[in-house]
Design a protein around this ligand. Structure first.
Ligand SMILES: Nc1nc2c(c(=O)[nH]1)N[C@@H](CN(C=O)c1ccc(C(=O)N[C@@H](CCC(=O)O)C(=O)O)cc1)CN2
Length: 292
């Protein structure tokens, strides 16, 4: 078997096209959505991701504001920058790029974001609403990568109803919230969350209809872990030196040989990453629509 490729670039392009039309409609009503990004320090990967977010905004007609602080910025300096964005009417939503330098209190910084401007859906108020709301229409921003995983499957005709999804990794941007989304009544999956403390990871994965690999451990998921025909989403990223180019290259959490066993597989790069960026734009547009 060779797995069907879950092409995140193609699905993200589709989403961006849809959003462009909604942004035009908002602008026609006098509403201009504006996304700000806050980048602390000079981590090359974070810089790359933030750059991509600004390019995406330009593509769909969203204004964007770039805030950059040095790696030595204090907690007070970061919080002061957030207070300014909270008060700035040109900024209708914003994100703080993660991870933050170790000396900063990440939880306190995320809590400082005005929940109504939380474009990442990571503020405790928005995560709390996601946990409480299992049935009604969603009226809060949702975490971008979990939402991107679900959209990528659905846009490829995959129905999650009744499926057993095994998530690997308990990080704040994916693992901790994806279960709350997948178990909503309109999606209706069953979720097992595994992590570094899980003892029989291979066996649990082998029972999965869908694996979401978000551990950041290169090629952790091997073909022996995968039930034939299962859908596998490769989310985690490890950067390793590439002796051929002298630069670094990206390795996902999934061994490429999994394509011979799985029914569906997202490439990495080119799978969930572009979807994360597209769903961030969706959060910004939806927030602006609610405001309008
Ligand atoms: N505030 C946030 N910080 C982080 C998040 C997040 O959702 N919110 N997620 C990740 C990083 N991330 C978004 O910020 C992100 C990761 C990857 C991509 C992407 O498009 N990747 C490309 C490959 C790019 C490359 O490395 O060469 C791909 O997969 O094709 C976009 C966004 C952690 N931080």
């Amino acid at each position: 078997m060779t797995a069907i490729r879950l092409d995140g670039k193609a699905a993200a392009a589709q989403i961006k096209q849809e959003l462009r039309e909604r942004v035009d409609a908002l602008r026609a009503r006098g509403v201009t959505p504006g996304l700000a990004t806050v980048l602390v320090g000079d981590d090359p990967a974070s810089k790359l991701y933030v750059g991509g977010k600004h390019r995406d905004c330009a593509e769909v007609g969203i204004e964007s504001i770039q805030v950059e602080l040095p790696a030595t910025a204090t907690q007070q300096e970061v919080e002061a920058a957030l207070d300014q964005l909270n008060a700035d009417p040109a900024c209708t939503g914003y994100i703080v790029q993660l991870p933050l330098p170790k000396h900063l209190d990440q939880d306190a910084i995320i809590e400082r974001i005005d929940p109504d401007k939380d474009a990442d859906g990571l503020h405790p108020t928005n995560l709390g609403r996601l946990v409480l709301n299992v049935r009604d229409e969603i009226t809060t921003p949702l975490p971008c990568t979990p939402r991107g995983c679900i959209e990528l499957l659905q846009r490829n005709g995959y129905d999650l109803n009744g499926k057993h999804v095994v998530v690997i990794g308990r990080g704040v941007t994916v693992g901790r919230s994806i279960g709350a989304l997948l178990t909503r009544r309109d999606i209706n999956a069953t979720v097992t969350l595994t992590h570094t403390g899980t003892q029989n990871m291979a066996e649990i994965c082998k029972s999965a209809d869908v694996i979401v690999a978000a551990a950041g451990a290169a090629h952790l998921v091997t073909p022996e872990w995968v039930k034939p025909g299962a859908a596998v989403l490769d989310v985690g990223v490890s950067r390793v030196p590439n002796p051929e180019t002298g630069k670094s290259k990206v390795l996902g959490d999934v061994d490429p040989a999994v394509a011979e066993v799985a029914g569906y597989l997202s490439p990495n790069p080119g799978g969930v990453g572009p979807m994360t960026r597209a769903l961030l734009l969706a959060n910004v547009v939806e927030t602006a629509e609610r405001l309008a």
